[in-house]
Design a protein around this ligand. Sequence first.
Ligand SMILES: Cc1cc2nc3c(=O)[nH]c(=O)nc-3n(C[C@H](O)[C@H](O)[C@H](O)COP(=O)(O)OP(=O)(O)OC[C@H]3O[C@@H](n4cnc5c(N)ncnc54)[C@H](O)[C@@H]3O)c2cc1C
Length: 591
Amino acid sequence: MSAIERRQFDTLIIGAGGGGLRASLQLAEADLNVAVVSKVFPTRSHTVAAQGGMNAALANVLPDNWHWHMFDTVKGSDYLGDQDAIEYMCRAAPKAVYELEHFGVPFSRLDNGKIYQRAFGGQSQDFGGDQAARTCAAADRTGHAILHSLYQQNIRAKTHFFDEYFAVDLLRDDDGHVLGAVVFNIQDGQIVVIEAKTTLIATGGAGQLFKTTTNALINTGDGMGMAMRAGIPLQDMEFFQFHPTGIAGRGMLITEGVRGEGGYLVNGDGERLMERYAPKAKDLASRDVVSRAIAIEIREGRGCGPNKDHVMLKLDHLGEEVIQKRLPGIRQTCITFLGIDPAEAPVPVYPTAHYTMGGIPTNRYGQVVVPVKDTPEEPVQGLYAAGECACVSVHGGNRLGGNSLLDILVFGRAAANHIIDYLKENKYHRVIDEDIVNKVVEKVKRFERSNDTSASKETVAGLRGELKQVMEDHCGVFRQKDILQEGVEKVEQLVKRMVNVKIEDSSHTFNTARVEAFELENLMACALATIHSAHAREESRGAHSREDFPERDDKSWMRHSLYSFENGLDYKPVRTKPLSVKSFPPKPRMY
Ligand SMILES: Cc1cc2nc3c(=O)[nH]c(=O)nc-3n(C[C@H](O)[C@H](O)[C@H](O)COP(=O)(O)OP(=O)(O)OC[C@H]3O[C@@H](n4cnc5c(N)ncnc54)[C@H](O)[C@@H]3O)c2cc1C
């Protein structure tokens, strides 16, 4: 063990996306010793890909206030969101945007100099009235602008970065305290044990669970896998968002901002299809509604193209000037990947896996919480989670566009503030039992190189491909019992085959091959949680759409699912009480 490097920090943050970097900035500015570990260079984190913008009731374009934003978010969540966290987030939103502005984010501007705001799906004025315009944007490159500004601010504040280090597992003692993590340097494979008084997981989503996805290859649910292996259940994993407008057959995202600017969907008969499904909000109904509408149109033979397997997103009528000013990245994506200029012709689109609504259960302070005996939630000492890997839960059954950037910033900051207070009371490192460290370090060696060329060996790429296909076929936009049951069996078989994974000795990309094996193990954990929870939930709510149980069932199912290796499925109540206003009781969801 002596050769293994040991480092100590007040806080370890795993993940350098918007969630991790907002938290690290707050901590570094409070003069705490904070380390950020990221498997990619920080500014390559997936937040960089966010296009359309971030919600806040600034009322720069149309009347607005945080309470309307809260109503829309609760309704968008199909009443599964926790209303204390939703109130907290919507109230904090304007401040979060102004903070970003001061950090240097170059938001697009209105002629009067105020921050530009566009309309996004599921937004309304006055609790379900006319369309609102709540999404603050830096053209269609909002995430890029936010991530770069946060990184620069962290450099100024002297955050310590471990760039291109892979976090494998948490260190947790027998009392349940989390004491840091074991990571390795992807370049040379050297293991580092990072001891920390507090650890924040901010590892992003698990969009690589599905074959067709808007998510980058790095979105493999690592933090969720780590949490599960440390005995923490994952919450609401059956709720996976399919974005209505991925480029058909390829998956790249065409932001909802396109429809916010006035773009709309047409079917093979040239009809504006959303008029049939959401007469009022039309193309700006919430994402689950629009995705299902597209799937139904195609299923009923009204798709476009020779195979009638997609619909068209029309925006050429917006004019070249608007497209170039507000949607330049989208225009470039369409030209590069399709050879289509959207200023001249419509774009073929199809619903595509996009966002993990579920994740590591937390309260609104970012503390990871688990059920203990008769209590629905008790904090895990020393452990926090924020961003897409966490389930706080502000998105419930369906996330509204523009609410994720908001979520990562608001709860990244909230977690950091709680950590600052916690560290005032817990000044010293807890002593780590060496056996615990040794056990985790040994486990890091589980994907060592091997000369074994036996026929039973499995390749990471092969298993990953199979997993993504199974999830796409068995746990997609529409679900039903038999298909889910078959999916459960197939995923369990794939998990069993994982033990035969071998990394070839000759591979010159040895460490990246190891990273991919660890990522696959994490995806497998997420897949188990997702498909078991989806199979069990016998209702349709938000993005979870069961053909055999088409109605929402508040009596039996207004509760969060929890899935763990140890206990399988469990449930806990939704936090329906907001902080200061009356709660929004469940109602039929119409757009
Ligand atoms: C194409 C696209 C467009 C989007 N557009 C919008 C939008 O307009 N508005 C909006 O609100 N939301 C949008 N979203 C969603 C939003 O961008 C994400 O939910 C959000 O950015 C996630 O931020 P995060 O900080 O949680 O994680 P990420 O930005 O994904 O960062 C995760 C970090 O964890 C690190 N990491 C992961 N695993 C490990 C490991 N094992 N070891 C070390 N490091 C690790 C990564 O290196 C990375 O630094 C979009 C999503 C996509 C895919």
